[in-house]
Design a protein around this ligand. Structure first.
Ligand code: ZN
Length: 314
């Protein structure tokens, strides 16, 4: 068996959070089920923001409940605060994703709090989760947004990112995602920073990446992160996504293209690319007028393409 790389779908959260067209709950579930049928095992299904703030996620609880009934799926949800964590944990979500920006200005714009306040809230969430019995406790992931640069502050010092990773690890998270929220990263920066964060946080914390393809380096950055030992990658179907407080931020790296990259490099993803490309139809039909990205979907699989596991077995 080839080594496993987990490609995590975030299109239903990061992809949809900027899109005005509210996708019906049944369509979200059809999307989730079709991706699971294609082999996707981990999906961030919604955000537990107050429904008044983002009508797109007014159905967060129903989507979560129904996603939890899909066999074999790890259900993750974004939560902006302790209240969101309580909602998620009550539903039995497998992983709660929290975000703090390393850039002070981006954090103030994004969640209207200082980074110190955001880290204090993360600590309260971690304490709350510790009170839940082990088998039922959701895993806790903290995303460090703007780890590679920020539209407001420009470059973000690596030392500051490493310090944030250390603080977040000390608070007791299970996973840390370094996020290139607005596409400032390049392969060298990705390799350097992931290695430093790995050294600083130790082997027990899962490192994940969350990259946007703002300047076309998204897939190259994923390749660099793979070299640095990362095995968990956020991506969004059709490359949907952006950030309302990061002007110019386009979508996440495209799930289909990240799967193609991983399989081409000899890692198994357990995902069937042809089935995955078919799922695009559900999304495109639900979101007329949006921009859809993806090179594999456009060009098809190359003649003679084989999956990493099949090559290994041959
Ligand atoms: Zn994002």
């Amino acid at each position: 068996m080839a080594e496993f790389i987990e490609v995590r779908e975030v299109g239903l959260r990061d992809g949809l959070q900027n899109i005005k067209t509210v996708v019906p709950t049944d369509v979200k579930l059809a999307w989730i089920k079709a991706e699971v049928a294609a082999g996707v095992r981990d999906i961030e299904v919604c955000s537990f923001v107050p429904p008044k703030l983002l009508p797109q996620f007014a159905d967060a609880e129903e989507v979560t409940r129904r996603a939890l009934a899909v066999p074999g799926l790890t259900v993750a949800a974004l939560m902006p605060n302790l209240k969101g964590a309580e909602r998620g944990a009550a539903l039995g979500v497998h992983r709660l994703d929290y975000v703090v920006s390393v850039s002070e200005s981006h954090n103030l714009n994004n969640v209207r709090r200082s980074t110190a306040e955001s880290l204090a809230d993360l600590k309260r969430i971690a304490e709350f989760l510790k009170g839940i019995e082990a088998g039922k406790r959701p895993r806790l992931l903290c995303g460090l947004a703007t780890s590679f640069g920020c539209t407001i502050e420009g470059s973000v010092p690596h030392d500051r990112v490493v310090s944030f990773a250390e603080q977040v690890a000390a608070i007791g998270v299970d996973e840390i995602a370094l996020a290139d929220t607005v596409g400032f990263g390049n392969p060298n920066a990705i390799r350097t920073l992931f290695r430093r964060v790995r050294d600083a946080t130790g082997p027990n914390i899962v490192l994940a990446s969350h990259f946007h393809d703002t300047r076309g380096l998204g897939v190259a950055n994923v390749a660099a992160a793979i070299e640095a030992g990362v095995r968990h990658f956020d991506a969004s179907l059709c490359g949907l996504g952006g950030c309302p407080y990061a002007p110019g931020a386009t979508g996440n790296v495209v799930t289909e293209d990240v799967v193609f990259l991983a399989e081409s490099l000899g890692f198994t993803t357990s995902i069937d690319l042809e089935k995955l490309v078919e799922v695009r139809k559900i999304v495109m039909q639900a979101l007329p007028g949006e921009a859809f990205y993806g090179q594999v979907a456009k060009a098809g699989l190359p003649k003679g393409f084989s999956y990493a596991d099949a090559r290994q077995a041959a």
